[in-house]
Write a protein that binds this ligand. Structure first.
Ligand code: B12
Ligand code: SF4
Ligand code: SF4
Length: 374
C-alpha cells in the first residue's frame, strides 16, 4: 500500500506534458542520488553506437574473442540497446571505483615470483552483485520520484557494449589499452548501466587524451594490444587465466609470470592512474587469503577450501580445475627464475598434483616441473 501511495505522489510530481525541464531536473537529481549510492559518476547517453558496432563486428570477424562465444552470440543486440530491450531510448551509465586502499604495491608483488598476483578488481566481493544491487536502488529512487518507468539494470550481465556507452555518456574515453579511463579518476572502476524509456537529456561524450603515449602497448607481457585500441583477447592474460577453459598455449605460459587471475599491467603503467582514488567500499576490501598469497599455499587448497575462500568472489567462476591450472603455470615460471633450495618447496607442491584426476591439471603440472631444467 505504501508503495502505491509513493507512486501516486510521484506521479503528482510529474508534469502533465512531461516537459523538458522535468527531465533536465531529473537528470541532475539522479546523478546526485547515484553519488549517494556509492557511484563516482553517472552520465546519460542515447542508443546510437554505429561506429562501435563496426569495430565490434571487425573484432569478431578476426576471431579476436577466442572462445568467448557469448560475445558473438547476440548479433546486433549488443550494439543496439533498443533491440535488447524494446522501447529503450536512453542509457544511464555509471562507474564505481574498486582499487583497494590497503594492499601491497602491485609492482612489488609482480616482482616476487613465489607470490600469486590476483588482479586488483577481484580481491574483494564479486562486483556484479555489488554494482547491480546499487543500480536497482537507483532505479527505485527514480521510480519513487517520477513514477513507474521502463528500465533494466546491467553489469556485464547481458550483451551490452558497456565501454562505448560510458564513453558516449561522458564517463571517460576508451584508451589504447581498450579500458575506459577518465582524466580525473584513471581506469580502476567498474561500469554498469540502466536502459530506460525516459527521455533524459544526453550528456556530452568524453574526448580522448591518450595523445602520443603508448605505455600500455609497450608493457603488455604478451603483446595482446596488437594496435592502438585493438586487443587480441586470445593473447591477453586476463582471457587466458579467466575466460579460457582449456589448455593455455605453451608459448604464452612463460609470459604470464605470477599472474594467477587476470592482469593489470596495462593499467598500472597508465599515467592517468596517478589520479585514481582508492575505493571506500567495504565489499571491495581484499580478502586476507589473497593479499600476498604464497603460490604453494594456494596450490595446496582442496576443492572445498577453494569454494570456501572464494565464496561471493568473481574467482569462483573459473572453478577449481582452472584455478590449479593457473597456479601450476605460475609455479613453473617461479622455477625458471629460482635456484637450488628455493626450488625445493615448489617442486614438492607440484609433485603432489602429478596424479590429479584432471588431465588439464596434470598437463600443466608436467609443463611446470619441466621448467626447472630450462
Ligand atoms: C569481453 C571482455 C573482456 C575480454 C576482452 C577485452 C576487450 N577489450 O574487449 C577480456 C577477457 C580480455 C577482458 C579483460 C579485462 N577486462 Co573485461 N570485459 C569484457 C566485456 C564482457 C565485453 C567487452 C567488449 O565489448 N569487447 C568488444 C571489443 C570489440 O571491444 P574493445 O576491444 O574495447 O574495442 C572497442 C574500442 O577499442 C574500439 N576499437 C576497436 N578496434 C578499433 C580500431 C581502431 C582503429 C579504433 C580507433 C578503435 C577501435 O571500438 C570497440 C567497440 O567499442 C566487458 C563488459 C561489457 N559487457 O561490456 C568487460 C569489461 C570491459 N572488462 C573490464 C575489466 C575490469 C577487465 C580487466 C581490467 C580485468 C583484469 N584486470 O584482468 C581486463 C582488461 C584487459 C584490457 N586491456 O582490456 C571492465 C572495464 C572497466 C573499464 N574501466 O573499462 C568491463 C567494462 C566490465 C565492467 N562491467 O566493469 N575483458
Ligand atoms: S591485461 Fe595484461 S595481457 Fe591483457 S592487454 Fe593488459 S597488459 Fe596485456
Ligand atoms: S597508457 Fe597511455 S596510451 Fe595507454 S591508455 Fe593510458 S594514456 Fe592511453
Amino acid at each position: 500500500m505504501r508503495v502505491i501511495i509513493a507512486r501516486m505522489n510521484a506521479l503528482k510530481n510529474r508534469p502533465a506534458n512531461d516537459s523538458r525541464e522535468f527531465y533536465a531536473r531529473l537528470a541532475t537529481d539522479l546523478k546526485e542520488w547515484g553519488r549517494e549510492l556509492g557511484f563516482q559518476q553517472i552520465g546519460v547517453t542515447t542508443v546510437d553506437l554505429d561506429e562501435h558496432e563496426v569495430r565490434l563486428l571487425e573484432w569478431l570477424r578476426a576471431g579476436r574473442h577466442g572462445e568467448m562465444a557469448y560475445m558473438a552470440r547476440h548479433g546486433t543486440r549488443r550494439s543496439r540497446p533498443h533491440e535488447l530491450m524494446p522501447g529503450t531510448i536512453r542509457v544511464i551509465s555509471a562507474r564505481m571505483d574498486y582499487l583497494p586502499a590497503d594492499t601491497a604495491s602491485p609492482l612489488v608483488l609482480l616482482e616476487r615470483p613465489t607470490i600469486g598476483y590476483v588482479s586488483r578488481y577481484a580481491l574483494g566481493r564479486d562486483y556484479h552483485k555489488v554494482v547491480r544491487a546499487r543500480l536497482k536502488r537507483l532505479a527505485a529512487r527514480i521510480e519513487q520520484h517520477s513514477g513507474p518507468f521502463g528500465y533494466r539494470a546491467f553489469v556485464d550481465s547481458a550483451p551490452v557494449l558497456e565501454k562505448a556507452l560510458a564513453e558516449n555518456a561522458g564517463l571517460g574515453w576508451i584508451g589504447k589499452h581498450t579500458n575506459l579511463l577518465n582524466r580525473g579518476a584513471g581506469s580502476w572502476f567498474f561500469l554498469g548501466e540502466i536502459y530506460t524509456d525516459l527521455p533524459l537529456p544526453p550528456d556530452r561524450a568524453a574526448s580522448n587524451h591518450c595523445g602520443q603515449c603508448q605505455a600500455c602497448i609497450d608493457i603488455c607481457p604478451t603483446r595482446a594490444i596488437v594496435a592502438p585500441y585493438q586487443l587480441d583477447a586470445r593473447r591477453c592474460i586476463s582471457y587466458l587465466t579467466i575466460e579460457l577453459r582449456g589448455s593455455i598455449p605453451e608459448a604464452l605460459r612463460p609470459l604470464i609470470g605470477n599472474r594467477i587471475y587476470g592482469c593489470d599491467d596495462c593499467q598500472l603503467v597508465c599515467p592517468w592512474n596517478r589520479f585514481a582514488r582508492s575505493s571506500g567500499e567495504p565489499d571491495f576490501a581484499p580478502r586476507e587469503a589473497l593479499r600476498t598469497p604464497q603460490l604453494t599455499t594456494l596450490f595446496a587448497w582442496s576443492e572445498p577450501q577453494f569454494l570456501e575462500y572464494t565464496a561471493g568472489s568473481a574467482i569462483r567462476r573459473i572453478g577449481y580445475e582452472c584455478w590449479l591450472r593457473n597456479i601450476a603455470v605460475a609455479l613453473g615460471n617461479a622455477l625458471r627464475v629460482t635456484e637450488g633450495g628455493a626450488q625445493t618447496p615448489i617442486v614438492a607442491a607440484l609433485t603432489t598434483r602429478l596424479d590429479h584426476p584432471s588431465p588439464l591439471v596434470r598437463e600443466h603440472v608436467s609443463w611446470a616441473l619441466a621448467q626447472k631444467e630450462k
